[in-house]
Design a protein around this ligand. Structure first.
Ligand SMILES: NC(=O)c1ccc[n+]([C@@H]2O[C@H](COP(=O)([O-])OP(=O)(O)OC[C@H]3O[C@@H](n4cnc5c(N)ncnc54)[C@H](OP(=O)(O)O)[C@@H]3O)[C@@H](O)[C@H]2O)c1
Length: 311
């Protein structure tokens, strides 16, 4: 049985991958975690503690568990988390059993020219560079924005609640630019289905692009208004506002969140900059969807109808 290790397998994206992997009898799944006491969502899945600062010991652990493929779902938010992932790649390279690595990315196609827009892109590029120089097979999974955000709080998801652009429950929208930028997006559970399918491929492309749907904010707004039967309060932020960071923050989903308005503005401005620069509009060619036509990912309209009809 092929052993798949999910690093950060109890986080938002990692848990979703583990939930999907356990349905595949041909794989044995383990979760790699910094903690030994981490409660697994599945009692049958071992949670293996690793020290991300100790490459040699991680390599030994990978060999002990006969790990063939690592899927990293580490939340890459700091130098520390990036270093953890780089050490995990080094350990995988050192291990006798590990042959493949999916780095934590799960977003848009990150390239060096986008660093002025989002400096944290360097974390993803460093991982890709390390993988490219290794003997490991790797692929960077690119599902776009996770569609889950516009179904919260009613959608089944492991992601942390967050409002991007439109708060459907509160009938309010703060849209970047003219609202016509195309955003490729995928529901997390569909992304996991494609990743599991890709595990069967002999060769991996550098980018495994997955597109559940491609919609603009104006289209999401129009569908949300139609499905709820409500007229939303809508603000459009100009490119100048986005560039100076003076953006409109949509109402939060989580009223108990202790994020400061400055933090919320920073995240909103960053996502707005990415959207108006078209980073979520993916090429039509070489999508993983075409490799697996039997998978029918949920569309935005279907997700909105499921979550918001009658609400
Ligand atoms: N496209 C989108 O819309 C979208 C949305 C959300 C996330 N993402 C991407 O998906 C990936 C995972 O994000 P997430 O939100 O699921 O992450 P998360 O829940 O914040 O964190 C996942 C796991 O990372 C591990 N971790 C945290 N700090 C670490 C450290 N210093 N060293 C090693 N491991 C550490 C933790 O596992 P342990 O405590 O068990 O070690 C944690 O459970 C990221 O690359 C993120 O950018 C994309």
């Amino acid at each position: 049985m092929t052993v798949i290790a999910v690093a950060g397998g109890s986080g938002g994206v990692g848990k979703t991958l583990v939930e999907r992997l356990v349905q595949e009898p041909k794989f044995k799944v383990i979760v790699l975690s910094r903690q030994s006491t981490q409660e697994s969502a599945f009692p049958e899945i071992p949670v293996v503690q690793i020290n991300y600062d100790d490459v040699q010991s991680i390599a030994k652990t990978l060999d002990t568990h006969n790990v063939h493929t690592i899927i990293s779902a580490i939340g890459l938010i700091s130098d520390e988390t990036s270093k953890s992932q780089l050490n995990l790649i080094d350990a995988a390279e050192l291990s006798a059993t590990t042959k493949r690595f999916i780095p934590s990315e799960f977003s848009f196609i990150q390239t060096a020219d986008l660093i002025p827009i989002d400096p944290s892109i360097q974390y993803w590029l460093d991982a890709a560079d390390r993988l490219q120089k290794s003997s490991l097979k790797y692929t960077r999974v690119i599902p776009g924005y996770f569609m889950d955000y516009w179904g919260m709080p009613h959608v089944q998801t492991n992601l942390q609640p967050y409002t991007f652009g439109i708060n459907i429950a509160k009938r309010e929208a703060a849209i970047p630019g003219d609202g016509n930028d195309v955003i490729c997006m995928t529901y997390t559970h569909d992304m996991a289905t494609y990743v599991i399918k890709a595990l069967d491929l002999d060769e991996w492309p550098e980018f495994s692009v997955i597109v559940g749907d491609e919609v603009t904010y104006n289209q999401i707004l129009s569908m949300a208004q139609e499905i709820t039967g409500a007229k939303f309060k809508v603000t459009y932020d100009s490119i100048e506002q986005i560039n100076t960071g003076d953006v409109t923050v949509p109402p939060s989903l989580d009223d108990t969140s202790d994020d400061s308005i400055e933090e919320l503005k920073e995240v909103t401005a960053l996502c707005s900059r990415l959207i108006v620069n078209g980073v979520f509009q993916f090429p039509k060619e070489n999508r993983l969807n075409a490799r697996f036509p039997e998978v029918r990912p949920i569309t935005m309209r279907e997700l909105l109808e499921k979550c918001w009809k009658g609400r």
